[in-house]
Structure formats: C-alpha cells, structure tokens
Design a protein. Sequence first.
Length: 141
Amino acid sequence: MSPSDSLRLPATSSSTIPSSPAYLPDNPTALVFSSPEGAPLRNGNFRRRIWHSAVEQAGLPQSLRIHDLRHTCASLLIAAGANPKAVQTHLGHSSITVTKDRYTHLFPSDIDQLIRRLDDVRARTPAAQLRPQRPISRNPP
C-alpha cells in the first residue's frame, strides 16, 4: 500500500483489531497488527503465538495458511457479486489482469446473458420489426 492508500475494513473486522501502541488511526504509516511491544509482527512468532491456536479453536485444518484467508476473501467478494475491479482494488493487485488470471474461474459466465441481450437489441431494430417471426432452426435440413 502506498502512503496515499487507506485500509478500509468491514464493520465486523474493525471491532476485532487489537489496540496496540503502534495503531494510530490518523497515522497513514501505522501498523494495523503489531507485536505486544508495537513492533512489526514476525511471521514465525505470529504463527507460533497466535495462528496455530486460532486455527485449532476454529476447528480448521492446521495446514491452513495465512495467505489462504486472502483467497477466501476474494472468493466471498466474487460470490457476493463484487465487480472484478473492486476485487482487484481490495486485494491490492497491480492490475485487473492479475485478479482475472487468478480468479476467473470464480466469476459467473455471462455468455447466456450476453446472447439474450443481443437478441433483445436485434428484436428492437426496425429491420427486425419487418421480418416475420419464426423460430430459428439450429439444425438445417
């Protein structure tokens, strides 16, 4: 994140951010999560002191990685109908290509909706109004 970015969290997350000497809402370079002393978290210490216990308490497999939560977040956003550009911004991807390459399989296919829209547009054209309406045969004789 650049200094001009801000961390925006849903209300459910905002209430769970621990208070720490390093967390200052008006400081754009402040740490969101820090050690008890206010220093940056070290991955090994965090995993040993907090992560493994939290995963166990949640009944999740110990093989769960912290980065897996990022993929879960992306999946939930997409399932909720989020625009791909919004997902890109939320995850901090450098481009929409990164997001689409990683998560395209989760976005619903729009092809049927696009075909219906094309049919609707065609039906509203003056030329379509003059043509007799007959079913289109998909299997020529």
